[in-house]
Design a protein around this ligand. Structure first.
Ligand code: ADP
Ligand code: MG
Length: 295
């Protein structure tokens, strides 16, 4: 028998590097008329590196001491930023003490007990000491204005310093945004838990004007529902645990496979396995072609 068009499109999409989970998904992909993209790990490569280790003077901590505490607390986390912090410590040959009572909050950061102290590492806006006139805030803002993600380190509830983390734009990010804009008739929206300064810099570079930053996982859902409430069929692309609720709420959801979290991969309707963003507009085009053959 000749293969039905949707199944043969699934096979072709697979050869291009996108795993489509069902014929229904293959069909729905071609209906999307709006796109919401995550930033970290989706538009960026998802292999961030620590570029700055900045303990505050009053903390009495050396760079190494602060990095050791932060890396010990991040060690159990699978978040790309956590891996960056752990890698930075490993590169400096630092020995990490064990962490106890580890807890992570998607879109915020982690906490753990290290050497009897409570260490928190995460978003400067969401940890406990984000006073606008605190020296850590100025430091974080300065890093963010250069496109970096600033991560605050707190010990026993007070800020001790900031880490600057950089993640490169994917090579095909700009071309993919352009292709998706042509296919849907509107430019994609950027949804990120990261800071608005870094998010806007990166968005401008790839041709995105609509930037929603500082979002918690549930805020990403609200943004998607808002678009769908306005009658759009939204394609959501993400990689993190923080993206899972938005992926579940989307008309169609695609997860980035290589650095993606298990939860995102399981929740999404399709998975990019070749780790190229450009496979997504290809899959949308394949769906449209197959649907023309079906009807
Ligand atoms: P995005 O939506 O861009 O993929 P996330 O929602 O995963 O980003 O994270 C949003 C912000 O929360 C990060 O920019 C960082 O400030 C903070 N954060 C989340 N998880 C961690 C972590 N494990 N370590 C440090 N910071 C974190
Ligand atoms: Mg992400």
């Amino acid at each position: 028998a000749t293969m039905p068009p949707l199944l043969s499109a699934i096979a072709t999409a697979g050869r291009h590097g996108v795993l489509i989970k069902s014929a229904v998904v293959m069909e729905r992909l071609g209906q999307v008329d709006a796109v919401a993209l995550d930033k970290t790990g989706t538009l960026t490569e998802g292999t961030p590196r620590v570029t700055d280790v900045c303990p505050l003077d009053h903390s009495g901590l050396t760079e190494e001491a602060m990095l050791t505490l932060a890396a010990a607390a991040e060690h159990p986390s699978e978040h790309p930023l956590a891996r960056a912090v752990a890698d930075a410590a490993r590169k400096r040959g630092l020995e990490l003490p064990a962490a106890w009572d580890f807890a992570s909050t998607p879109g915020t950061g982690v906490t753990a007990t290290v050497d009897g102290r409570t260490v928190a590492v995460g978003s400067p806006g969401r940890l406990r000491e984000p006073h606008p006139d605190h020296p850590a805030t100025a430091l974080a803002t300065r890093l963010e204005e250069t496109g970096r993600t600033a991560v605050l380190v707190e010990v026993d509830g007070s800020a001790v310093g900031v880490l600057g983390i950089a993640d490169g734009l994917r090579e095909d990010a700009t071309a993919t945004v352009a292709a998706l804009t042509t296919l849907t008739g509107t430019a994609p929206v950027l949804l990120t838990g990261d800071n608005p300064r870094a998010a806007r810099l990166l968005a401008a570079e790839v041709g995105i004007a609509d930037v929603r930053a500082g979002l918690l996982p549930q805020d990403k859902v609200t943004a998607v529902k808002e678009l769908e409430g306005a009658g759009r069929k939204v394609l959501v692309v993400g990689d993190g645990v923080n993206d899972a609720p938005a992926l579940a709420a989307a008309h169609t959801a695609v997860a980035m496979g290589r650095a993606g979290s298990d939860l995102a991969l399981e929740t999404a309707d399709a998975v990019v396995v070749r780790d190229e963003l450009a496979t997504i507009p290809t899959a949308v085009s394949l769906s449209r072609r197959a649907r023309r053959l079906v009807v």
